[in-house]
Design a binder for this molecule. Structure first.
Ligand SMILES: Cc1cc2nc3c(=O)[nH]c(=O)nc-3n(C[C@H](O)[C@H](O)[C@H](O)COP(=O)(O)OP(=O)(O)OC[C@H]3O[C@@H](n4cnc5c(N)ncnc54)[C@H](O)[C@@H]3O)c2cc1C
Length: 407
């Protein structure tokens, strides 16, 4: 019997497996992918994530210091910081290296079979793994579910799934670009309703183009690619587009008797951008800490494992709440209002006030969002957009205050 079975060798599961194995626990990691980490993703992480969980030099495609934001009306605004604020990584090799480190620390990687069933009893947890027509059963004292977005295993393990309104769809294609030096972010209903599109240059002339939205996408990606072609930004589409879900809200509970849920499976993603690699790594690490203590104490009850949820909430719970309401606020804006906001930000020097400040971080958005809303002119502009926007501003400010006082 294993001490822990981890389902999923993405960033969340690989990190949990690494930390548990480093502490001497007997761990199995099961993933149906042979090509570890090869999941639809752009591979942008903040500089803090890069420092805390450093990629090898060969995994970093480029450092990002600058970006251009293209408003719904097509006006281009550039941001450039003195230091890099994000890394564009080769996600597949980054995640695979993490899984291989877990293996080197003693974890058993079982690649190919799909976990089709989970059963939790008083004495253990057993999972059924299926490969072709063959089936096998593995058992452990504890299960870490790191099986990604919309995993049915979460419910099978006795936990409530994510909320119905709680996800976005991301669509991405690989393209060849001409003269695109830095990341470009495209705003407006035409591109991605209530959200944004991106063009992220990789190495040479390769780039990733994508959109993400909570609303129904209907021909948006084709139109985005076609716009990029006619603007001369994209020369050719080489792969895709492909789509996958991104959770927007955390699951109602992320622990149960003998079970912990991490990363996308638990809905732990930045609601503003849909970035989830950092929170998957952090939650994997926090889960391993709680699990190791619980295994040593011989108490794997939900009561004991609750410490995991307390742990991730203490680290990034406020970000999830503030980020969620910020997304709701943004979704309530019309294109002309987004244009007004951007022009106000750039013409008044407010951008330097916000973006060049310590609070601005690719990894933590809460601080800069709350600072923007508390800014006299920006706050007033948001409120002037109407009662719905005003209500979200108030909700957001309240969420900021509540999370501050509970921190
Ligand atoms: C288009 C798009 C772009 C994105 N870009 C970024 C970005 O730039 N930066 C960022 O931080 N985040 C980004 N994300 C989000 C990011 O990819 C995820 O948040 C992150 O991968 C979550 O990690 P995870 O370990 O929780 O899950 P995953 O990476 O999804 O890993 C889950 C693993 O579980 C395995 N699995 C699932 N079910 C089973 C089963 N039944 N049996 C066996 N194995 C199973 C899967 O094969 C998979 O390997 C993007 C998402 C999308 C859709």
């Amino acid at each position: 019997m294993y001490d822990a079975i981890v389902v999923g060798a993405g960033p969340g599961g690989s990190m949990a497996a690494l930390r548990l194995s480093e502490r001497g626990h007997r761990v199995a990691v099961v993933d149906w992918r042979h090509d570890i980490g090869d999941k639809l993703c752009t591979g942008i992480v903040g500089i803090e994530c890069g420092r805390r969980f450093p990629p090898d030099e060969g995994h970093v495609i480029r450092e990002a210091k600058a970006a251009t934001i293209v408003s719904p009306a097509g006006r281009r605004y550039s941001i450039e910081r003195r230091e890099p604020h994000a890394l564009i990584i080769d996600r597949v090799s980054y995640v695979a290296a993490l899984a291989r480190r877990a293996e080197a620390a003693g974890a058993e990687l079982i690649l190919g079979p799909r976990v089709s069933r989970v059963e939790v009893s008083d004495s253990d947890v057993s999972v059924t793994v299926s490969c072709g027509k063959g089936r096998d059963s593995l058992s452990a004292r504890l299960l870490v579910l790191a099986s990604g977005f919309g995993s049915p295993l979460v419910r099978a393990a006795g936990l409530p799934n994510g909320r119905n309104d709680g996800y976005m769809t991301g669509v991405q294609a690989e393209v060849i670009v001409d003269g695109v030096e830095d990341t470009e972010v495209y705003l407006g209903e035409r591109i991605a309703p209530g959200s944004f599109g991106w063009l992220v240059p990789l190495d040479g002339s390769r780039a990733l183009a994508g959109i993400v939205s909570r609303k129904r996408l209907n021909g948006h990606m084709d139109r985005f690619l076609s716009d990029l072609r006619s603007d001369g930004r994209v020369r050719e589409v080489t792969k895709g587009p492909a789509r996958w879900g991104i959770p927007l809200r955390p699951a109602q509970r992320t622990y149960a008797d003998r079970v912990l849920v991490v990363g996308d499976a638990a809905g732990l993603v930045k609601p503003t951008t849909g970035g989830g690699i950092y929170y998957a790594l952090l939650s994997g690490e926090i889960a391993a800490e709680t699990a190791a203590e619980a295994l040593s104490a011989g108490d794997l009850s939900a009561r004991r494992l609750r410490g995991y949820e307390r742990g991730w909430k203490a680290v990034f719970g406020r970000e999830l709440t503030v980020g969620y309401y910020a997304r709701m606020l943004y979704e309530a804006l019309r294109d002309d209002q987004i244009d007004r906001l951007q022009s106000e930000l750039w013409s008044s020097g407010l951008k330097d006030d916000l973006i060049d400040q310590r609070e601005f971080s690719f990894d933590w958005h809460g601080g800069v969002i709350l600072k923007a809303l508390n800014h006299r002119r920006l706050g007033a502009l948001f409120r002037s957009f109407g009662p719905l926007t005003g209500a979200f501003v108030s909700r957001l400010t309240r969420a900021g205050r509540q999370t501050e006082s509970s921190a």
